[in-house]
Write a protein that binds this ligand. Structure first.
Ligand code: MSP
Length: 500
């Protein structure tokens, strides 16, 4: 039986169409999911939409649609995006689904039975845009408008009867969990952030609203709906049928953006501890895609539409650019000039050029078949060795950008080897060494395209099929298996376009 791995993306608010920031979260999770499959795991990969709450209700009202009809329309756009981005998700969850309602109400009942819920009154600040409660010290005033310091979004004063979760009781347990499990919150800078927030003390958390209706009802209450974050976080359990059958919970990693760290690293583990449900192993908070110096977001009007960019430059190219250029865990600026440079230098000039040169020679001098390497020279071995162990290490600490950089530097090394050996000259002189050089380069190309599968799934599969590799069973194990001698190859078309 294969080992299991469960990874999630945040579930997206279908309050507006997706932008590059959303695409980034999903592509990075897809990268990890696909990499884990290369390592031999049976991967469950869940994404979806977060459809309740005041934010969605307001967006639907603006369009004069019922929230239901509105969500059906925009959730579909997110679903379609999973196809456009070639995500390998195994589920797409909508919080309006029946399976989810049941799980959320069940979790509520457990928390209630265990006496972690009580009825009182909330009076304080609320941001509809963040769906978050803020204390006085988390608010600033700018031009007579009260804003959240953290997100910059407007807050309003709310006073209403509300159920509360006894979050304050979990301060010490959470700190202990962070201390005992350093891998729980990653990268470590985020862990420090969360740790100091929790050390500052926790207030009980309002977990129901009663001034609007768009949400999951509190069991046995006519007036209250469940706070949208308690509802949304529970999707991770719903997708595993947690309360019904042999569930694949706990998650190995929740991939999220750093803006929603508090919900995932404080509230979520506290709910789970209270309900005596195992905690996820890791919460990874990635940085933001910036446009200029600002977070790319719809409210700032500085968004890049992922569909437009994909149509212009190609999906695998965009995936590659985002994963390589933005250090995973940190913020990163993206722009079109940079994207073109990246495609030209890494893809067209490095990998594309290497493969083109090798295939032209294989075609011309070896009838498009894998040549016999003849005896390898002592020095040749270092070009046959692929740096898999280093790559595994990078991925164990979620350093996607380093993983890609290492693959590219391996490709540069092979390019240099080919340049130095000049197989085109040797071929003209009928030097038998040509077969050895091309054999080494072909196997390196096979390795490069296996390793790039998580980031460029379709180009990788296309190329591996030209190399006669079974694309249904791509795995890291194939790295050490050389292509069989004499096997027939297929001349690939032009791989990467160059931009000016
Ligand atoms: N619905 C909540 C998540 C609930 S998860 C139980 C939510 N949705 S969101 O649509 O606003 O954001 C989803 C994800 O997109 C978040 O992880 C957020 O960080 C990410 N991004 C939104 N804009 C972003 C950038 N500009 N850059 C990178 N990621 C950003 O929050």
């Amino acid at each position: 039986m294969k080992k299991k791995y469960y990874i999630t993306t945040p579930i997206y608010y279908p309050s507006a169409k997706p932008h590059m920031g959303h695409a980034y979260s999903s592509i990075s999770a897809d990268f990890i999911a696909r990499y884990k499959r290369l390592e031999g795991y049976d991967v469950k990969f869940v994404t979806g939409t977060d459809e309740h709450g005041q934010k969605i209700q307001k967006s639907a009202d603006k369009r004069k649609l019922s929230p239901n009809v509105f969500c059906n329309e925009i959730s579909k756009v997110f679903l379609d995006l999973t196809k456009t981005l070639n995500l390998s998700n195994t589920d797409f969850i909508r919080t309006t689904e029946d399976r989810h309602h049941k799980t959320v109400q069940k979790l509520w009942k457990i928390l209630e039975e265990k006496k972690f819920i009580y009825l009182s009154k909330y009076s304080g600040w609320y941001s509809v845009s963040d769906e978050a409660f803020y204390t006085e010290s988390e608010i600033i005033e700018k031009d007579n408008i009260k804003l959240s310091v953290a997100s910059g979004s407007a807050v309003e004063w709310v006073e209403e009867e509300s159920y509360f979760f006894k979050l304050s009781q979990f301060q010490n347990l959470l700190i202990k969990h962070y201390e005992d499990n350093p891998e729980f919150i990653q990268p470590s800078s985020r862990r420090n952030e969360v740790m100091s927030f929790v050390k500052g003390g926790l207030n009980d958390l309002s977990i129901s609203r009663n001034s609007f209706k768009w949400g999951i009802s509190v069991p046995n209450s006519k007036d209250h709906i469940i706070y949208v974050w308690l509802d949304a976080l529970t999707n991770y359990l719903t997708a595993t049928n947690y309360f019904d059958e042999n569930s694949s919970w706990p998650a190995d990693v929740h991939i999220i953006g750093k803006d929603i760290l508090r919900f995932h690293a404080v509230y979520w583990p506290a709910f789970l501890l209270a309900a005596e449900i195992p905690l996820p192993k890791t919460i990874f908070g990635h940085g933001w895609i910036l446009s200029g110096d600002e977070k790319m977001s719809k409210s700032k009007g500085n968004i890049l539409d992922p569909i437009e960019v994909v149509n212009e430059f190609g999906l695998d190219e965009i995936r590659y650019y985002l994963m390589k250029e933005v250090m995973y865990g940190l913020d990163g600026n993206i722009n079109i000039d940079n994207l073109k440079n990246c495609i030209n230098s890494d893809l067209a000039n490095n990998i594309g050029n290497l493969s083109q040169r090798i295939f032209v020679l294989i075609n011309k001098y070896f009838s498009c078949k894998v040549p016999d390497p003849k005896p390898l020279l002592k020095d040749d071995q270092k070009f046959m060795d692929c740096p898999v162990e280093g790559l595994r290490k990078s991925m164990d600490s979620f350093e996607i950008h380093n993983y890609i950089r290492e693959v590219i530097s391996y490709s540069s090394k092979i390019n240099k080897f080919v340049n130095d050996e000049e197989p085109w000259t040797k071929a003209k002189n009928s030097d038998p060494r040509v077969g050895t050089i091309l054999y080494i380069a072909l196997n390196a190309l096979k390795n490069i395209f296996i390793l790039l599968h998580p980031v460029m799934p379709s180009k990788s599969e296309y190329y591996l099929s030209c190399l006669n590799v079974d694309t249904k069973n791509i795995s890291l194990e194939l790295i050490n298996k050389n292509l069989p001698i004499n096997v027939e190859l297929k001349m690939p078309g032009l791989m990467f376009k160059k931009y000016i």
